[in-house]
Design a protein around this ligand. Structure first.
Ligand code: AMP
Length: 192
């Protein structure tokens, strides 16, 4: 089992690069943002709760988010056995600790954290552009600013957390999709 966390600010290319990783390494993809948006689309209670945070650019509380992820792992026990790309999770230190525990319980661990590093100005530009087509309630200037603030205060500390574990690979997230993917591939192939 080879587990990858793809990590970076909103708009850093996590989803785009995950798509390429899935086909290349044959891993199961879990995007917590997609899981939540699916609940919102289906109008579930969880979707309604999630939307009240997402539309304000805030994070879903850790306890709730961890239990959602645990359920996804249980529901897809067979598919996750070969390895997972965790996209958008963890976003806080408590979530990272919970992920370590969840994987440890299954005799596994996070093998590598791909950190897509992109300056804020570029992230804002990309998200505004995406907002023209995505229809996402959080791709507007006010919510983008909030998401960046939340990213720096709550998510960015994960870089040091994973550096301390010796599994953080910094990737320059600017350039063509293919050139960024090549850097990611090199980082993975070094440890795989
Ligand atoms: P994303 O699609 O990864 O950009 O996520 C969109 C939004 O979903 C985020 O801005 C959060 O409000 C929420 N979200 C997704 N993943 C998490 C997570 N791991 N913890 C808390 N909130 C999350």
């Amino acid at each position: 089992m080879f587990n990858i966390v793809i990590f970076g600010g909103p708009g850093s290319g996590k989803g785009t690069q995950s798509d390429k990783l899935i086909s290349h390494y044959n891993l199961f993809h879990i995007s917590t943002g997609d899981v939540l948006r699916d609940h919102i689309r289906r109008g579930t209670d969880l979707g309604n709760t999630a939307n009240s945070y997402i539309s304000k650019g805030k994070l879903i509380p850790d306890d709730l988010m961890v239990s959602i992820l645990e359920q996804v792992l249980i529901d897809n026990a067979q598919a996750v056995a070969d390895g997972v790309i965790f996209d958008g999770f963890p976003r806080t230190i408590p979530q990272a600790k919970a992920l370590n525990e969840m994987l440890q319980k299954r005799g596994n661990k996070v093998n590598i954290v791909i950190g897509l590093e992109v300056p804020d100005e570029e992230l804002t530009e990309r998200l505004l552009k995406r907002g023209l087509e995505s229809g996402r309630s959080d791709d507007n200037r006010e919510t983008i600013a909030k998401r960046l603030e939340v990213y720096h205060s709550q998510t960015a500390p994960l870089k040091a957390f994973y550096q301390n574990q010796g599994i953080y690979a910094a990737i320059k997230g600017i350039g063509t999709i293919d050139s960024i993917f090549q850097s990611i591939q090199e980082a993975i192939d070094k440890v795989k």
